[in-house]
Design a protein around this ligand. Structure first.
Ligand code: NDP
Length: 469
């Protein structure tokens, strides 16, 4: 397979230009998607990855072709686009675009985060919503797939500007969401602060405590304990399970993490707790290398820097006297475990090769689609344990599902209870992906296993519910 990559900032977009290793039926579906949406490269990349993996399942179960499951699945059930006017610090009206992609609700209400980032457009959210269908299915909880967001960039905005934007965003979104319809959460650029403003607006508009309508809420007003930690912890739990299949664990391992946001922070914390040494983190401006390891105390400093002061990772290098670089990437460092936890297409083919040459044994995707297709091929060929985002970062949405369960019961579970359930879910996702990969003839190919297992559950629900589902 040959790919062409177009660089756009630090994230890169990849499109397939030559020869797909798909059978004719699957290729015809992919080609139709390309024809309809040629300008949505991330969506095309994500669809292709799943379709390629599904080939053995489609061959084994011809009914999926008979019921046109793939044809239906690649088309979102509903896409909502709206304008979001808001007031900036100078009292001027600004306008951004808001979206919600309601992709597939066969197994439950649409569920998936909101991303606020300048790169957001429909194609990006379709890629994320598509991934969410299979990820949510893998958790074993009744959640469909959706995603939303805006090209609003919270970087450098005042709290008042962010509040104005969130309030106006919710002025439109509220009519489309609901505990039995669609339940958004956070993603890049949408953390505790933004969820708070969104929830406050929802409550004022509807005159209701819509506790079941958003997840990632504060622990004092309907949120679940362990939700902030869930994606990062869950990713480490998944990698821990992969390592076990080779008689290994985190203890004494060197770990490199990209990003320094929600996922990266808690992937770092759990790695430290399990006895590993985390030597690098990054943000969209550059990366730091701390050869002595980021300790819990240093991590708390990063959390304060990123979540409260909203500063740059460069300040870590200045404060602790370590190296900082805006060139290259942390994937050039020698490490045992790599946890890309920033954004899509952040590990390219050369970086994957560097990781392999430097002896990496496991890669766990904290972010969504952080490795380009050639990088994944490199890992699979080198027999590196590769945990795809759909499986490895499903802990966040899983605990969002647990938040919904607690809200419905009007009960709160303890940290220990939620963490225990999260761990159990990640162990099960690993087991499902592993056993499915074995059943379909490529044992240990977690991408194949996760894609097929996630797909079959949704496909069966769609067949059971008739052709309109
Ligand atoms: P945050 O906004 O909290 O953090 C994102 C981090 O990645 C920041 O350090 C940011 O740097 C960096 N980053 C963002 N865009 C780029 C870019 N284009 N190039 C380099 N670095 C970048 O987001 P999250 O931690 O929540 O999300 C990270 C990833 O994990 C995303 O792919 C998201 O979809 C995925 N994910 C998140 C879940 C969650 O529960 N939060 C659940 C499942 C997946 P800077 O500070 O400069 O902006």
């Amino acid at each position: 397979m040959i790919y062409v990559g177009v660089r756009a900032g630090r994230a890169r977009y990849y499109i397939v230009v030559v020869h797909l290793t798909m059978d004719n039926y699957i290729e015809s579906i992919y080609n139709k998607v390309v024809e309809k949406d040629p300008h949505q490269p991330e969506f095309l990349q994500a669809v292709r990855e799943v379709l390629e993996s599904l080939e053995p399942a489609i061959k084994k179960y011809p009914k999926y072709k008979e019921y046109a499951i793939l044809e239906r699945m690649v088309e979102p059930e509903r896409v909502i686009q709206f304008r979001v006017p808001w007031i900036d610090r100078d009292g001027k009206i600004q306008v951004n675009r808001g979206f919600r992609v309601e992709f597939n609700s066969a197994i439950g209400p649409y569920k998936g985060g909101l991303r606020f980032h300048r790169t957001v457009y429909l194609g990006l959210l379709k890629f994320l919503g598509w991934e969410q269908i299979f990820k949510n299915s893998l958790t074993g909880l009744p959640m469909g797939g959706g995603k939303g967001g805006s090209d609003f960039d919270p970087h450098g905005k005042t709290d008042a500007e962010v509040e104005s934007f969130c309030t106006n965003f919710m002025m439109e979104l509220y009519r489309h969401i609901g505990q039995f319809t669609d339940v958004p959460a956070g993603d890049i650029g949408v953390g505790g602060r933004e969820i708070g403003y969104l929830y406050g607006a929802y409550r004022k508009i509807t005159n209701q405590h819509g506790t079941c309508v958003l997840t990632g809420k504060g622990a004092g007003w309907g949120g679940s304990l362990i939700r902030p930690e869930a994606t990062g912890y869950g990713c480490v739990y998944f990698v821990q399970e992969m390592l076990k299949t080779r008689g290994e664990d985190f203890k004494g391992k060197t770990v490199v993490i990209s990003g320094s946001g929600n996922v990266a922070q808690y992937a770092c914390e759990k790695s430290i707790q399990l006895g590993a040494k985390v030597i690098a983190m990054s943000d969209s401006s550059g990366w730091i290398h701390d050869p002595d390891g980021i300790t819990q105390e240093k991590l708390e400093w990063i959390m304060e820097l990123k979540n409260v002061r909203r500063g740059r990772i460069k300040e870590y290098a200045e404060h602790f006297g370590v190296d900082y670089s805006t060139k290259g990437s942390p994937w050039s460092l020698k490490c045992d475990i790599a946890l890309p936890s920033a954004t899509q297409n952040e590990v390219d083919a050369n970086e994957a090769k560097m990781l392999v040459d430097n002896g990496v044994i496991a890669v766990g995707e904290g972010a969504n689609m952080p490795c380009v297709p050639e990088a994944i091929e490199t890992f699979l060929e080198a027999k590196v344990l590769y945990g795809p985002g759909k499986a490895a970062n499903a802990g966040g949405v899983a605990v969002s599902g647990l938040e919904m369960a607690q809200n419905s019961q009007r009960l709160f579970w303890t940290r220990e209870e939620v963490d225990h359930k999260l761990h159990e879910i990640m162990v099960n996702i690993h087991k499902t992906a592993y056993e499915t990969s074995k059943k379909f003839g490529d044992m240990g190919n977690y991408m194949l296993g996760a894609n097929i297992a996630g797909f079959i559950k949704v496909a069966e629900a769609m067949i059971a519910q008739g052709h309109r589902a």
